[in-house]
Design a protein around this ligand. Structure first.
Ligand code: ARG
Length: 467
């Protein structure tokens, strides 16, 4: 419904209209239209409260609720299209409601300000989004666990400093991300507790002269509790900053995994193949297969860090209570939500159906390096050689083997025994990659028993959907 020029909004104090360019500059309707359904929900609760407390009649309350429902239907059918003259979503609703209902619509704003109204709207919005993102986190965890279950026995080189360190069960590597995402899921649950507080009834800044029932609107809207100080209620955006911080951490995790996948997909590593459904070609080099998905995730991460910084800076100098600066909270918040949801969806698809691990390349990789050197030192230490002494001895062996172009497994028993008499034939079993992994059976280690236990726990964890 494109409606007639907006009714004059400001009081009689104003003699002339806004400069057209300033009207555009001032307007938030271009982006806060995304809050429309939450605005309607908040307004409906407010209308019911006005009727319950006797500030309007129950017939008036019912009319307001019906009018708001009509706007919702119009919006869903693409027929509610406010313009810049409406300024923001709150005025857009009010204007349309007056068109629909006439004078009774003008009672809706009794005992309310756009300041507590917009605070209510963004909390309702964010609460919804957090619930959706937590569901997506669970889906991503499911994809990780499913891949991990298929790769308990697949070995992959483990790195420190991006240098080969010790071999790992691939499942153990994937489950490291599962743990990070679990913290993200918990963190968002924690943030939710501070999002779900009602500012409605704080008024412009000081409360209201009307006998409102804040508990009733909070209950209708599913808020857990009320802001206890009206100034704080209308000017707090901590919850938005906390959310953006939690979103940034999710993206840190997705971005680290992305970086690994990009490396693994390279010719040099060759640990994974990206399937055609998740990779792209080059416009000029016909042989290319590019990892655009993880690259985009890595790239988008910076955007959300920027939004976090932007919100912090926006807040730091604001005197109490509402200032128009706060209108600038929305775009960073909305974009953070869209970005984190998009990245989670893409990475879930990539992990569950867009990647395959190259078993033969991985097996060859772990068999052809010195990542079993620690195990030789551990072997000697088990036989009573002090670990530091054993460590130095193995360092020598690695040096001479490197010079001779050999791996540790290529040394003869005589060569081992020349080095130290404690070596026996079982040294070969001790340094075989599978045994090197199996032996790290300390709690939380990569040993297969530990990994199987971790997988069982992971499956139990993702079955938990609520808080
Ligand atoms: N569009 C405004 C915002 O997003 C709504 C609140 C306006 N309040 C005011 N006192 N001008 O912040």
């Amino acid at each position: 419904m494109v409606h007639s020029p907006a009714p004059k909004t400001w009081s009689q104090r104003f003699e002339s209209a806004l400069h057209p360019a300033i009207a555009v500059f001032n307007a938030s309707i271009g982006f806060d239209i995304q809050l429309l359904e939450y605005d309607l929900t908040g307004s409906e609760a407010h209308a019911r409260m006005l009727a319950k407390t006797g500030m309007i009649t129950s017939a008036e309350g019912e009319a307001l609720v019906q009018g708001l429902a009509q706007i919702r239907t119009e919006y869903r059918q693409g027929q509610f299209n406010p313009t810049v003259e409406d300024e923001d979503v709150h005025f857009a609703v009010e204007h349309r409601l007056v068109e629909i209902l006439g004078d009774v619509a003008k009672k809706l704003h009794t005992a309310r300000s756009r300041n507590d109204q917009v605070g209510t709207d963004i909390r309702l919005y964010l609460r919804d989004q957090i619930e959706q993102i937590r569901t997506q986190l669970r889906q991503f965890q499911t994809a990780l666990v499913t891949q991990a279950e298929a790769h308990v026995d697949t070995l992959i080189p483990g790195y420190t400093h991006l240098q080969r360190a010790q071999p790992l069960s691939l499942a153990h590597h994937l489950l490291a991300y599962f743990e990070m995402i679990q913290r993200d899921w918990e963190r968002l649950g924690d943030v939710l507790g501070r999002v779900n507080i009602s500012p409605l009834g704080c008024g412009a800044l000081a409360g209201t002269t009307f006998p409102i029932d804040r508990g009733y609107t909070a209950e209708l809207l599913g808020f857990d509790r009320l802001y206890q100080n009206s100034l704080d209620g209308v000017s707090d955006r901590d919850f938005a900053i906390e959310f953006t911080c939690a979103a940034s951490l999710i993206l840190v995790h997705l971005s680290r995994l992305s970086e690994e996948i990009i490396l693994w997909a390279s010719e040099e590593f060759g640990f994974v193949t990206l399937k055609d459904n998740c990779s792209t070609g080059s416009s000029i080099m016909p042989q290319k297969k590019n990892p655009d998905v993880p690259e985009l995730v890595r790239g988008k991460t910076g955007r959300v860090f920027g939004h976090l910084q932007g919100l912090l800076v926006m807040m730091k100098g604001l005197p109490l209570a509402y200032n128009k600066d706060l209108q600038e909270d929305k775009e960073p918040l909305f974009d953070s939500v869209v970005t984190v949801k998009g990245c989670l969806e893409a990475m879930t698809i990539l992990i569950s159906e867009g990647i395959s691990f190259r078993a033969e390349r991985l097996a060859a990789a772990v068999a052809a390096d010195f990542s079993n050197a620690t195990d030789v030192a551990d072997y000697l230490a088990t036989k009573g050689v002090p670990f530091r002494e054993a460590y130095n001895l193995v360092g020598q062996v690695v040096r001479t083997s490197l010079a001779a172009g050999k791996l540790l497994k290529d040394l003869s028993l005589e060569e081992w025994q020349a080095l130290h008499p404690a070596f026996e034939a079982d040294i070969y079993g001790a340094i075989a990659p599978r045994q090197v992994v199996a032996a790290r059976n300390s709690v939380g280690g990569t040993g297969f028993d530990q990994v199987r236990q971790a997988l069982t726990t992971a499956r139990q964890t993702i079955a938990i959907l609520g808080n």
